[in-house]
Design a protein around this ligand. Structure first.
Ligand code: GLA
Length: 372
């Protein structure tokens, strides 16, 4: 397998036998209670950056990247072993589906039929329902991508799963490029009209030795956001961020306004809101940029999606034991979940999340690391 992959890479480079990328390294990660084997794939680039992916939930387990002194550290939350992912309630690193974020009252209409979803967040359906894509064992294979080592994960979500219509074939390809980008390509097809909103739920802390993420300096390229009600469902309005704690158009510390007396911050218990990116169309453009001043690490998020959920780990409470037994406390990490807006199936003015038979869903997000 390894040899075939190297040969493939060499052929891709036009017959010159230069190896463009080291193939992913595969190792056992454990077995699920129903006996399915789960693997861990480690992607390494020539800069010494490593990304580990498991086919349980198509989850990102580790992102190890240098700071400005060259010190390599793991900048995402997660667990050392499969067991942690099986029990996880926080969606660490996972691919979220069929629908990222909430659908109000777990109901929506499509072509005159009402669909009722599994409810797992009060009366709402969150992140795909009770058993979302984050709890599925995906099929995985290493790929000979030209721009770096890569893993392809596929999953068939059956008609009626968690209440969603249509057999949905989903593919997620993770590639680690030589430019220190973790590129995520999502694609899907269905045999019946359905709704779909895929994202990745990595929790970042660019200074993992530090206490929380409040000193990280953030830019979100968004003029508007979607305010929420008490169930964290968008009200449907798209107000300007100007003059609010949601204005991240200029570099601002995450913690600068998080405790302000603001109704939306109270409803979200901090930031837990979708931002309307000011990009147009499906081009992959910069959505957000985060700088961690102590380590100099920089994370840029680029996406083809129209929105990003900025979440400050408000529900983390130290109860889940993470890597090395670490207790992940409130606000010890942030998420930038690229997406269509929450509850879009019930907001016809939001960009549509419908997918019809014969159409191909395609979405790309890039997490790019550097230092300054
Ligand atoms: C998203 C939601 C949050 C929370 C996290 C997972 O960011 O918007 O409210 O559910 O996922 O804990």
């Amino acid at each position: 397998m390894g040899f075939a992959l190297i040969l493939g890479l060499a052929l891709l480079s036009g017959g010159r036998f230069t190896v463009l990328a080291k193939p992913a390294q595969k190792m056992a990660f454990g077995k699920t209670a129903d006996g399915q084997d789960v693997e861990l794939y480690t992607l390494t680039n020539k800069n010494g950056m490593h990304v580990a992916i498991t086919n349980f939930g198509a989850s990102v387990v580790r992102i190890q990247v240098a700071d400005r002194q060259g010190q390599v550290e793991d900048v995402v939350l997660g667990y050392d072993a499969l067991d942690g992912y099986v029990r996880d309630q926080a969606y660490f690193g996972a691919v979220i589906g069929r629908y990222g974020n909430r659908i109000a009252a777990g109901k929506f209409m499509l072509d005159g039929s009402t669909y009722t979803l599994a409810r797992n967040n009060g009366e709402n359906s969150l992140h795909g329902g009770i058993k979302g894509f984050n709890k599925a064992v995906w099929k995985a294979r290493e790929m000979a991508a030209q721009d770096g080592p890569s893993v392809e994960l596929t999953y068939l979500s059956k008609d009626g799963e968690e209440g969603y219509p249509g057999n949905l074939s989903v593919k997620v390809v993770y590639t680690l490029t030589e430019r220190n980008e973790l590129k995520i390509d999502y694609s899907a097809t269905t045999d019946k009209k359905t709704v779909l909103n895929l994202t990745n739920h990595s929790y970042f802390n660019l200074n993992p030795g530090g206490r929380d993420i409040l000193q990280h300096v953030l830019v979100i390229y968004a003029d508007k956001y979607t305010p929420v009600d008490s169930g964290l469902i968008p009200t449907g309005e798209l107000p300007s961020v100007a003059g609010t704690p949601f204005d991240f158009r200029k570099p601002t510390a995450i913690g600068a306004r998080i405790e302000q007396d603001d109704e939306q911050l109270k409803l979200g218990h901090g930031y837990d809101h979708n931002f309307v990116l000011h990009k147009k169309g499906k081009a992959v453009e910069l959505a957000a940029r985060v700088v961690e001043p102590a380590t100099g690490r920089v994370l840029e998020v680029l996406t083809s999606e129209p929105g990003v959920q900025f979440y400050t780990g408000n529900f983390l409470d130290g109860s889940a034991r993470g890597k090395g037994g670490k207790e992940y406390q409130r606000r010890s990490a942030f998420c930038l979940e690229t997406q269509h807006f929450p509850d879009s199936p019930n907001h016809l003015k939001f960009p549509t999340t419908e997918l019809k038979p014969g159409e191909k869903y395609h979405s790309t997000t890039i997490y790019k690391f550097s230092t300054e």
